[in-house]
Write a protein that binds this ligand. Structure first.
Ligand code: TRP
Length: 449
């Protein structure tokens, strides 16, 4: 007999876990970077709109399918399929999603490893280990591999402990710490000279940019990545929610927390760049604001350096924030292949976690050795090509394959008045037509961009 399935013990536990999955490097790094690259406030606005009109309905598709089937994506899609053909499509889509979730984790752990290295740097400096401090902040294969391994071990350990003792317990501890750190850093940075210029850029939308198709594509990609959609992460977390909970409400809370924290991260990073400029750090390269790795690993550390002893402390807090954000996300990625292996191949959870985690670390190693080309290839394959397509299939399954009565029945558990709500008037048609079409149009645009 299969072991009993895990379940989140409380509403708070689920919200921390799902928001922990959603809030990650995508929020604290990706979102501010994308904003800096794509016209400031206009991107922020578009992102919020897309998060609610596109990502939230897709998130609901995953939560409904997950809780209804109480299964991982492979089992779930095959189970709701009515015909043999749909069952085959469901099974292969599920397997592909398991693969993509694993590949996302393989590059995500490398980036998370860099965060831990930067976290250790002020400690090494304080201890007077200058050589070590330099190794920690200069890119090298040895540094990447060492810290990727460390991060992978932490991720595997949490997942090997299961839903309640691993995912829920650690998300519930780490997410509040993240909020505290973020709040404190924002207050500190906004009090520095120069911060106001950053705020102005961040909050003033340049409306002429809103119809720019590249920005639209970037904003959708950001929303999908940020809400961890397409690969069955939210589906598996949804499968651990109690039948007493109100799903549309939980999904809305997670979306609000995710976009709220992205917004806060922007309040931290964009003003910080202008404080850096005020302190003599170069923040433009070829006329554009620096973005990407240069922003996180050079501009911001250069800013911390101009702040003396306090700067060391601020730098430590900043990279602690990044590491926490990354860990609560990486566990949700590893849960996807692990839950599949536990449920469909009857393996004990710790064994599945260590074996799959080890295999993913092996892929990370190949990416580190393969350099930028390998890294870019995996990022594009997973986030640019696979996530939107998988998102479309999930919406189609929730909208067309799963019987409408079953969908309603599922939502009514925990929300008796479901039929009379605005949600039920809009969402079913929405996941059927609007979501798949909108995602498809944006996806096609992204291929041309
Ligand atoms: N949403 C996380 C972030 O913003 C990353 C993440 C976790 C993710 N699980 C995922 C991305 C599944 C894509 C798919 O950093």
């Amino acid at each position: 007999m299969a072991a009993a399935r895990g379940q989140f013990s409380s509403r708070f536990g689920f919200i921390m876990a799902a928001a922990g999955s959603a809030v990650g490097l995508g929020n604290v790094w990706g979102f501010p970077t994308n904003t800096a690259e794509n016209g400031g406030g206009a991107f922020v606005l578009l992102y919020f709109v897309l998060a609610f009109v596109l990502a939230y309905p897709a998130l609901m598709a995953e939560l409904v399918i997950g809780r209804h089937t109480r299964s991982n994506m492979v089992g779930a899609l095959s189970e709701i399929a009515g015909s043999n053909r749909a069952r085959t499509v469901g099974k292969f889509t599920g397997l592909y999603a398991v693969l993509i979730a694993s590949l996302i984790l393989s590059f995500y752990s490398i980036v998370a490893g860099w965060m831990i290295a930067h976290l250790a740097e002020p400690v090494a400096t304080a201890l007077g280990c200058d050589g070590a401090a330099r190794w920690l902040v200069e890119s090298s294969a040895s540094r990447s591999l060492f810290f990727t391994l460390l991060f992978a071990l932490a991720t595997i350990w949490v997942i090997s402990r299961g839903v309640e003792k691993g995912i829920e317990k650690w998300s519930s501890r780490l997410m509040p710490s993240l909020l505290l750190l973020l709040g404190a850093l924002i207050v500190y940075v906004l009090l520095q000279d120069g911060a106001a210029d950053g705020l102005a850029l961040y909050l003033n939308p340049d409306f002429s940019q809103i119809t720019n198709p590249t920005i639209m594509v970037e904003a959708m990609g950001q929303a999908f990545f940020s809400l961890s959609l397409g690969v069955g992460t939210m589906l598996i977390y949804g499968s651990y929610i109690s039948k007493q909970e109100n799903l549309p409400q939980l999904g809305a809370i997670v979306t609000v927390v995710d976009t709220g924290i992205a917004f806060m991260a922007g309040l931290l990073i964009i003003p910080a760049m202008f404080v850096a400029q005020n302190n003599g750090v170069e923040i433009f390269s070829n006329g554009d604001l620096v973005a990407g790795p240069g922003l996180i690993f050079q501009t911001l550390p250069a800013l911390f350096d101009t702040m003396g002893g306090t700067g060391q402390f601020i730098g430590f807090a900043f990279f602690a924030l990044m590491t926490i954000a990354a860990l609560t996300s990486s566990i949700s990625m590893l849960e996807v292949p692990v839950a599949y292996t536990v449920e469909n191949h009857n393996q004990p959870r710790p064994k599945a976690a260590w074996l799959i985690g080890g295999a993913i670390f092996a892929i990370s190693t190949l990416i580190v050795l393969g350099g930028d080309a390998a890294f870019g290839f995996v990022v594009d394959l997973t986030t640019k090509y696979s996530q939107p397509l998988l998102g479309i299939v999930l919406c189609l399954f929730a909208g067309w394959v799963m019987h409408r009565n079953k969908v309603l029945e599922e939502i009514k558990q925990g929300m008796e008045q479901a039929e009379q709500t605005l949600f039920w008037k809009i969402w079913p048609g929405y996941v059927r037509y609007v979501c798949p079409l909108l995602i498809a149009v944006t996806f096609i645009n992204s291929l041309r961009a």
